[in-house]
Design a protein around this ligand. Structure first.
Ligand SMILES: [Zn+2]
Length: 306
């Protein structure tokens, strides 16, 4: 089994076939055992205490919320359905729901290192889906209000019958190696020694490899030859799929695109290895929950092995 990555590995079964059945959805919504994850302004409700975990609620918790929120199916664990519920319309949710002593709505990026692998993935799914529903209330074809269907798996326009599906936006992210040198860049506003893999959205009509070559050249002036896929990561801010690669640099002279980045530099294998182990004062890299960290580690291991 491949090494898993943060925001993947949900233990819920998405039930893609069963959720087409409206009665199946209704039965699970009414099931006393069903679990509901409150989301407030895209933040999941998380239990307080030494061991943080998602604070699942019963459906009655949302009885007084106006307008009535629509639960979005996340999946089932055994026979128990799990839903996300957007309660952003509530002003002071922890007090309103009487949970301020035991749970708090947390920004996902901050709390994710404290959640279990599966719950981080479930919270990511809930965040992306909640965000998409909140922003797709109107039909992109005719402008009329849309309604959710299949437990929130998509929305349909009752007026023109157009179907609208949740987006996942592919992002190419790559560590470029040339011999024992590694190309990394930093965005503006980052800590002064922090550098990461270069990344950009894949555009219509492009392959992953073409997107890597274009983005790297645009941002750094470096030409890239071979591109090898390594691993991907869902990134729910709001709904990207990071597609991680190691690419072979075929030129050396850097020309930074200052519109996109503050700096791009070549770093030695030794410096990258030290940074990955938290031993470098010269270079600070993203934490292990980001795919960039895994790409740098994969590049360092391959390069060290020759
Ligand atoms: Zn329409």
């Amino acid at each position: 089994m491949p090494e898993s990555i943060t925001f993947s590995g949900s233990t819920l079964d998405r039930s893609s076939n069963q959720r087409r059945d409206a009665e199946w959805i209704a039965r699970h919504l009414d099931d006393e055992a069903a679990r509901f994850l409150p989301m407030w302004k895209l933040n999941p409700l998380v239990k307080l205490g030494d061991e943080r975990s998602l604070a699942w609620a019963r459906r009655e918790m949302f009885d007084d919320v106006e307008p009535t929120p629509m639960p979005v199916l996340l999946g089932v664990d055994g026979d128990v359905a799990h839903f996300a519920v957007d309660v952003s319309s509530v002003d002071d949710p922890e007090v309103t729901f009487g949970v301020d002593e035991v749970a708090k709505f947390e920004e996902l990026r901050g709390v994710v290192p404290q959640l279990s692998h599966s719950e981080a993935s479930i919270a990511a799914q809930a965040r992306s889906l909640t965000d998409w529903h909140a922003r797709h209330g109107y039909c992109a074809v005719c402008g009329n209000p849309t309604v959710p269907e299949l437990g929130g798996a998509h929305r349909r326009c009752p007026d023109c019958a157009a179907e609208h599906f949740p987006r996942t936006d592919p992002v190419a992210i790559a560590v470029v190696g040339r011999g024992d040198q590694c190309l990394l860049g930093r965005g503006s506003g980052w800590p002064s020694t922090m550098y990461s893999a270069l990344a950009g959205f894949i555009e219509p009509g492009e392959t992953l490899e073409e997107a890597v070559r274009r983005e790297i050249h645009e941002e750094s002036g470096i030409r890239v030859g071979d591109v090898h896929y390594v691993k991907s990561q869902p990134w729910p801010f709001p709904s990207s799929l990071m597609i991680g690669c190691i690419a072979e640099g075929t030129s050396e002279q850097i020309t930074v695109d200052f519109g996109e980045l503050e700096d791009v530099k070549w770093f030695s294998l030794e410096t990258v290895q030290a940074a990955l182990d938290g031993r470098s004062s010269e270079l600070f890299v993203p934490p292990p929950f980001a795919v960039a960290h895994h790409l740098m580690r994969a590049w360092a291991q391959r390069t060290a092995a020759g």
